[in-house]
Design a binder for this molecule. Structure first.
Ligand SMILES: Cc1ncc(COP(=O)(O)O)c(C=O)c1O
Length: 476
């Protein structure tokens, strides 16, 4: 049971304790027949007088929420569960800490700055494309996508990432998500094993499992995925890697390990699938080239416009070795025919007329400022914290000494109007990263970032105080 009272607001302490206990009963946090702490214990925990707790228990018993059994305690009465009670939820929302979703500061990673989508230019190009394109564009097109866009992408990824491709190897997909799903279906036909970095994004690994793969977790350390963890006896169909900015740990895969991975793939005749989701945004040093550039026959490169522009566009692409092109196109066709031709043409113009490069430069500045604000706030609120990973992308990992992000702390933190994500939730092998959290800053303004970190500090301090009090009460 987590709640606090606030002496700075106008509600009486009795009212606050009553409303919060009642809410815990109604929404099932306190289960039927569960024993409540004694009035003395609760009073100690909350730092209020015992009379307040006696009054509240009497009131709740009178209303039928509690059964008071003399000499044995107070218990939740059967039939008191009533979930989704919006009215009660509002009453329970404290004035001090907002659980209002509108006010929640959500450090979810991989969410770009939607407030900076180039609406005006995109809108103008959309109008031009719609009014000026030939009639055929409104009919079915081929599965691989519009050639002019594939040419633009092929040039762009060579120039910025050293990816070696001919436009016919580039297939437009509905985001990296579809590319990865179709690739899995295609590549696991004879071998269901897929090696994934551990930790890794839960969404991506679910895509593989959903397509029928069995996952082999390979640990990530400060040099990236460790190829020594790959099985020599049972090699996977492919190894999924995020080499430029591992998610969530943020490390860049060293060249030695890249070479080691390629040797492994050649020796065991498997593929490497390289997901290059946010490599445009590097704030220190120069971006490292793709792994695909080292061996285009063994490495399949997956890219997306979700982070640079918007996930709402649903445009991604895959660069395939020659022998996978035709089977992949067939799967794409039978999945959804092809991606929207109009959207593809708008994006082609956006890239071709130089808006794309300008947009990336602008967003890089914005994300860099947001990252700096987050790092500075963390260092000022938690001077001992350690920021992990390469300065890139839209998220970072932070370790705050002595803080273990177990579920009850995560729940507690949310009550302060801030949402963070533990690295452990992305781990396949659990309990290896319990002291680290991922903080995404892409979609948060500097003001929100600073406020969010202040709330985090208040939450962690509040929790420490609460557990100390609870321990001393139990000892007595
Ligand atoms: C590792 C990774 N790659 C790619 C993506 C982008 O997916 P999509 O292009 O389908 O939006 C995400 C989305 O969060 C991601 O976490």
């Amino acid at each position: 049971m987590w709640f606090q009272v606030d002496r700075t607001i106008s509600k009486t302490l009795t009212q606050q304790v009553y409303e919060q206990l009642r809410q815990h009963i109604l929404n099932g946090d306190l289960k039927t027949n569960e024993k409540l702490p004694s009035t003395r214990e609760l009073a100690d925990l909350l730092g209020v007088s015992r009379n307040i707790c006696l009054d509240v228990y009497d009131q709740l018993a009178a209303e039928g929420y509690l059964i008071i059994r003399p000499k044995s305690g107070s218990f939740v009465a059967p039939g008191s569960l009533f979930q989704n009670n919006k009215v009660n939820q509002q009453i329970n929302n404290k004035e001090q800490f907002s659980e209002d979703p509108q006010d929640m500061i959500d450090f979810k990673a991989a969410t770009p700055a939607m407030d900076h989508f180039p609406r005006k230019i995109w809108g103008r190009l959309a109008k031009d494309v719609c009014e000026g394109s030939p009639e055929t564009i409104f009919g079915y097109q081929s599965a691989e996508g519009i050639l002019s866009l594939r040419e633009e992408i092929s040039r762009y990824i060579f120039r910025t990432r050293g990816v070696r491709s001919e436009p016919h190897q580039v297939i437009i997909t509905s985001g990296a998500t579809q590319a990865l799903f179709l690739l899995t279906e295609l590549l696991i036909q004879n071998n269901k094993l897929v090696a994934v970095e551990d930790p890794v994004t839960d969404e991506m690994r679910t895509i593989f499992s959903y397509a029928g793969a069995s996952l082999c977790p390979i640990p990530v350390d400060d040099k990236g995925i460790n190829p020594d963890g790959l099985s020599q006896e049972n090699p996977p169909a492919f190894i999924f890697i995020l080499p430029s900015h591992q998610f969530p740990m943020g490390v860049t895969l060293t060249i030695q390990r890249r070479i080691q991975l390629i040797h492994y793939a050649r020796q065991h005749n498997c593929y490497i699938v390289e997901d290059d989701y946010d490599s445009e945004f590097t704030y220190e040093g120069t971006p490292v080239h793709s792994v695909q550039g080292l061996d285009p026959e063994k490495v399949i490169y997956v890219g997306t416009f979700s982070k640079i522009l918007s996930p709402g566009l649903r445009i991604g692409y895959v660069v395939l070795p020659q022998d996978l092109i035709e089977p992949f196109k067939k799967m794409k066709w039978y999945t959804d025919r092809h991606h929207s031709s109009l959207e593809q043409l708008i994006l082609t113009r956006f890239m071709n007329e130089g808006h794309f490069d300008r947009h990336i430069r602008k967003m890089k500045r914005i994300y860099k400022q947001r990252r700096e604000a987050l790092v500075n706030s963390l260092k000022s609120q938690f001077p001992d914290c350690v920021i992990l990973g390469h300065a890139a992308g839209m998220h970072l990992v932070v370790e705050i000494p002595q803080v273990d992000y177990h579920q009850s702390l995560m729940n507690w933190i949310q009550k302060y109007g801030v949402k963070i994500y533990s690295v452990d939730q992305y781990s396949l092998v659990k309990n290896t990263h319990r002291n680290k959290v991922v903080l995404g800053y892409g979609s948060l303004s500097i003001e929100k970032i600073e406020k969010g970190v202040r709330r985090l500090k208040e939450a962690i301090d509040g929790y420490t105080e609460y557990t100390t009090k609870r321990e001393s009460t139990t000892e007595r």
